[in-house]
Design a protein around this ligand. Structure first.
Ligand code: M6R
Length: 610
């Protein structure tokens, strides 16, 4: 996720772009840049670091332009550096991009073969070269852009300027957000409304497959492929600037919970081929021959990422039949772990900067193991130091409570398990296809799951005065009980414990009374009968049961005072679907208790000390 801004009008574009970028910094902050006209030439200024570093780098210069583009980057392809920062250029074509170009590698090779010289490691640069190559063939700006985009697969929101048509910005969109701001004789493009909210509240939201051609006189929108004019509605925004940064949500946590369908779609994009029945683990640098030889896997992480690791163990051992040990990173390094030959260590970390996880990662390397990282932040220490990385691509997570990072980690582990099971010949091609098909439906099912929000809010209203909470789960959903309890503790300060439901009778059952709400995870799986009995045990002791169950399961109704029904999915993906109501419940309880949801007391987003 990156932020883009563009301006054309009568004011000096430079401060407009810098101000816009500051409002978009939440979308990415590892490098930034602007492009603007200097006479008929386009100048590009970029730097690694934050917007304020870019601002410092141009301070004192008398830059003036009436058209320009800006970008704040959240690296996906290529490390955060000046060369990889946007805008990118080929000849007189300069552009900024948010999204991922899936087939960039093939396109880059083809263009290199034709003599194009690349100066960055990004996927974006291929788009400039493609447009430039069509311009050189004599096509005008718009025609060259349309022709170039025919080759491009993936997601994009792009702003483009061209030295041969200085009074124009082109903006194109597919699967990444792009809005236009309409002022008096001035126009804006941006990834998000706050970037220009200071100047105008009139906006047009571009839809997939649309191109906007913007001059100082106005905006015209057409289909990228069919060139047909599209009549767009102008919306008037009533949000305050802070609300707008959160996309209209009250908190980043709620925004991030709601972003999960998109985040998961980005995690799986380009990661497998349904036709070939293969997972693409290129970035993980794991050949099938290597997977074949693996005889032990260690999953190491902290906090919510550790819960993902626990789910990973269930998936990997069940699907690929390879033994898997899970460690809390701060324990791993001091317990003198034994890593037999042929072991693989996978660290899981959203930030890639958690001190304990990094220490465990380094310790594993010293012990001679190959170390891979499932990580969200490109350019982070874990990503740089690992032998291979699976980037979850969930976009920046700002809320301290991890939500979308967790479900995308689970998605990554699911893909890894399929690749391993295939290499180990523990799975048939038909089953692989079924697993892929279920994965393809996941973003839609997550979207459906989010509709549970109002029902969760009702439950939160009933229980937010509780002092303690018990979360019960079994099997693959036992870690989800831990995750639900952690979320409740960290943002609502209610004491909560996650427990394997079968263990309840060995101790925690003593706590159950009228004041102890018990949340039970009861998906339709092989341990459903068992969890139903555990719910009976709670009910008969006066406990109040909130059940989360698969839709259509009427048997939970008599055993619970409240039931949340979730869409059906396969066994391995239920932890993703079932964590959604738990994250929402923690969120609503915290809001009702008037807690600081995005910055809970005593907690930091990334724990960089031991
Ligand atoms: O960035 P990481 O995934 O390494 O962070 C690990 C934990 O600090 C993190 O998951 C923490 O538990 C969150 N606050 C949970 O919501």
């Amino acid at each position: 996720m990156c932020g883009i801004i563009g301006y054309i009008g009568n004011r000096n574009a430079i401060p407009v772009l810098i101000n816009g970028l500051k409002r978009l910094e939440y979308r990415g902050y590892d490098s930034a840049g602007i492009a603007f006209f200097n006479g008929n030439k386009i100048n590009v200024r970029r730097c690694a670091g934050k917007i304020k570093d870019l601002e410092v780098s141009i301070k004192g210069e008398k830059l003036r332009s009436f058209t320009g583009l800006g970008h704040t980057r959240w690296a996906t392809h290529g490390k955060p550096s000046e060369e990889n920062a946007h805008p990118h250029r080929s000849g007189g074509i300069v552009l900024v991009h948010n999204g991922i170009i899936e087939n960039y590698f093939e396109l880059k090779e083809e263009l290199k073969g034709k003599g194009h010289v690349f100066t960055s490691e990004t996927d974006t640069e291929v788009i400039c070269h493609l447009i430039h190559s069509y311009s050189r063939k004599g096509l005008d700006f718009e025609a060259a852009t349309r022709a170039a985009l025919k080759h491009v697969e993936g997601a994009y929101a792009i702003g483009i300027i061209n030295e041969s048509e200085p009074d124009k910005i082109l903006a194109v969109k597919k699967d990444s957000p792009l809005v236009l701001g309409l002022g008096e004789g001035e126009f804006f493009i941006a990834s998000d409304i706050p970037a220009f909210l200071k100047y105008t509240k009139d906006v047009i939201i571009l839809d997939n497959g649309e191109m906007a051609s913007i001059t100082r006189k106005g905006v015209s929108v057409s289909g990228i492929a069919n060139k047909k004019p599209v009549k767009k509605e102008i919306a008037n925004i009533t949000w305050s600037p802070t609300m707008a940064e959160k996309g209209g949500y009250k908190h980043f946590m709620l925004k991030e919970i709601n972003e999960q369908p998109r985040a998961i779609a980005d995690t799986i994009r380009g990661r497998f081929s349904l036709e070939k029945g293969e997972v693409n683990l290129d970035e993980f640098s794991l050949a099938e021959s290597e997977l074949k030889k693996l005889n032990k896997i260690f999953l190491v992480a902290c906090g919510t990422s550790w819960h993902a690791a626990l789910v990973g163990k269930y998936i990997i051992e069940d699907m690929a039949r390879v033994p898997c040990e899970v460690d809390i990173a701060s324990e791993f390094r001091y317990r003198r772990p034994l890593l037999p030959k042929g072991s693989l260590v996978i660290v899981i970390t959203q930030s890639g900067e958690t001190a304990d996880t990094l220490a465990a990662q380094r310790e594993s390397g010293k012990l001679g193991a190959k170390v891979l990282s499932i990580c969200n932040v490109v350019g982070s220490t874990s990503a740089r130091e690992a032998d291979g990385v699976f980037f979850t691509h969930s976009g920046p997570e700002i809320g301290v409570a991890s939500t979308k990072a967790f479900t995308t980690q689970l998605t990554g582990l699911y893909l890894f398990a399929i690749a391993l099971a295939k290499a180990k010949e523990k799975i048939r091609s038909d089953d692989i296809r079924e697993l892929f098909n279920e994965l393809l439906q996941l973003p839609e099912k997550v979207e459906q799951s989010l509709k549970i929000n109002d029902a969760v809010l009702k439950i939160a209203k009933r229980f937010y005065h509780a002092r303690d909470f018990l979360y019960l789960g079994r099997g693959i959903n036992y870690p989800i009980a831990l995750e639900g309890a952690l979320k409740l503790k960290e943002i609502s300060y209610i004491h909560a414990e996650g427990y394997p439901a079968g263990e309840m009778k060995h101790g925690p059952i003593a706590l159950i009374d009228n004041n102890m709400p018990v949340l039970a995870l009861a998906p339709d799986d092989k341990v459903l009968e068992k969890i139903l009995s555990n719910m009976e045990e709670v009910k008969s002791r006066g406990g109040k049961v909130i059940a989360v169950a698969t839709e259509g399961n009427t048997r939970v109704l008599s055993r619970a005072s409240n039931v949340l029904f979730m869409p059906k999915t396969n066994y391995y993906l239920t932890p993703i679907i079932f964590s959604i109501p738990l994250h929402l419940l923690a969120y609503h309880m915290a809001v009702l208790k008037k807690c600081n949801v995005d910055q809970p007391r005593n907690l930091a987003k990334s724990v960089t000390v031991e």
